[in-house]
Design a protein around this ligand. Structure first.
Ligand code: AMP
Ligand code: MG
Length: 455
């Protein structure tokens, strides 16, 4: 936590900014100053660890792989058998097959000079062997082509030999080294890592049974507005269905925090105060939607001011200009009871989403104890002109794709209304128009932020 003791004073403390036209980057920076990463952790079985935040480094207790092994199906031999200098064109080498090494069934015998071992991918390299010649590159004799080499079961006497061009393989080829993936004692995964499928497999490859992860961040959310009805209720005249609560719940689930849905709250001071207090009691972070712009029937602002230390910003951002940020206390006044971080998001459905992704998401990630990863921006050519006023960052909805030459292009979805959620569903990216940028012509360069990634 920072040395600043009041959030409502903090926008002003960055005195170069007007809190009513706060650049997105400044808002992000102020918010992050107030974030304390979660301290508590818990142990979970490996299978339940996906998307959780690692609370301690995972140190490899073993070498992976645990032995030198073959990367190919072929024949293992000692590269001393290869000619030391460039052999005459077409020079060949013939080795007798001394035995077999299969994955899980090592060859334990000796390999005398002039011999090799039939080996399968993943099988341990026999003692004295350092090179594998792939099976496609050898001529076999002494057994029927296509069959496994015949080894006398009693004497293990060699009944097969192989011949290959001496220049067909380099010394040390096709051998995977012990500890090549991970050396024993090294950090396989670092604290703060958000665990991916590969990490779950990686830990399994180390024999890890359960893992220390941060406890999940608890995020309470509710929507405000007398005009709101929930799906399943009749839509009275002048009313709309509450979509933000569903969007917020879904975005929170995607971040793998613990969502606490506190429902829909009327524009009435007592209900708001009660909901905010109970939210601060149970959650680390509280999100509200609606009521943060200046509107007659919106009590959210006054209640937030009473219950906590909250500043009301006008972000230099579109959509998503009004935003409340601060702390609220379960005891109903600053310092009383349990504190929770608060984000008051704008009511317009697209504005809610943009404010969530640009301002709330980085804060939740940092608070979860995760090491922040920058969201990639892809340079693209905009296929339509865009009107843009300098002095604010815009997040237009777009449809991006790559052409046959590999160049990324993007087209804005028709409407850019902050109320039209369909534009978010239609789009596959935000077109990020930088703070200082002005009107764009068709063909100009823009950055896009894709909605979906691979893992
Ligand atoms: P407000 O910020 O409360 O003035 O709301 C701005 C606009 O967003 C108004 O048109 C509201 O009706 C709309 N709105 C507010 N909350 C929601 C919600 N939960 N779901 C859908 N629309 C909302
Ligand atoms: Mg409202």
């Amino acid at each position: 936590m920072t040395t600043l003791n009041s959030i409502s004073g903090s926008a002003g403390s960055l005195s170069q900014f007007d809190p009513q036209a706060l650049p997105v980057s400044a808002a992000q920076a102020i918010v992050l100053q107030w974030v304390t990463p979660l301290a508590q952790s818990e142990r979970v079985p490996l299978r339940d660890a996906l998307a959780r935040v690692l609370a301690r480094d995972v140190i490899s207790p073993i070498d992976v792989p645990s032995h030198d092994n073959s990367a190919m199906d072929g024949y293992a031999f000692n590269s001393a058998a290869l000619p030391a200098h460039a052999a005459p064109d077409g020079a060949t080498l013939t080795l007798n097959v001394a035995g077999k090494a299969f994955a899980g069934h090592p060859y334990t015998g000796a390999t005398a000079p002039g011999t090799c071992v039939r080996i399968m991918t993943g099988a341990p390299m026999p003692a004295g062997c350092d090179t594998v010649i792939p099976q496609e590159r050898v001529e076999r004799s002494g057994s029927t082509a296509g069959e496994e080499p015949a080894v006398d079961p009693v004497s293990a006497a060699v009944t097969e030999s192989i011949t290959f061009r001496a220049d067909a393989v380099a010394p040390g080829a096709n051998r995977r080294r012990k500890g090549e993936d991970l050396a024993r004692g090294s950090a396989a995964l670092r604290t703060g890592r958000v665990l991916h499928a590969s990490d779950i497999g990686l830990m399994a490859s180390l024999g890890v049974v359960d893992v220390a992860v941060k406890r999940r961040l608890r995020v309470a959310f509710f929507s405000t507005g007398d005009e709101l009805r929930s799906p399943g209720e009749p839509l009275d005249a002048g009313c709309i269905y509450d979509s933000n609560r569903y969007t917020l719940g879904a975005m929170l689930r995607r971040l793998n925090v613990e969502p606490i849905d506190l429902g829909r709250v009327r524009d009435d001071p007592e209900s708001l105060a009660a909901t905010l207090k109970s939210a601060a009691e149970s959650a680390d972070v509280v999100l509200t939607s609606g009521g943060v712009s200046v509107g007659e029937a919106d009590f959210t602002r006054s209640q937030l001011q009473t219950l906590g230390d909250v500043s009301f910003w006008g972000l230099a951002m579109r959509p998503g200009r009004p935003l409340a940020f601060g702390r609220i206390w379960s005891g109903g006044q600053p310092g009383a009871g349990r504190a929770a971080l608060l984000f008051g998001l704008p009511g317009n459905p697209v504005a809610t989403m943009v404010a969530f992704y640009q301002i709330v998401r980085p804060a939740l990630i940092a608070m979860s104890g995760a090491t922040p990863q920058p969201v990639p921006l892809i340079p693209a050519r905009c296929d339509a002109p865009i009107r843009k006023r300098p002095g604010r960052t815009e997040f237009q909805r777009g449809i991006a794709g790559r052409d046959a030459q590999g160049q990324w292009h993007v087209t804005p979805t028709g409407s850019q209304s902050s109320g039209a959620l369909s534009t978010m569903s239609e789009a596959n990216c935000f077109i990020v128009l930088a703070h200082e940028s002005a009107d764009l012509d068709a063909g100009d360069a823009v950055d896009v932020m894709l909605f979906d990634g691979l893992v």
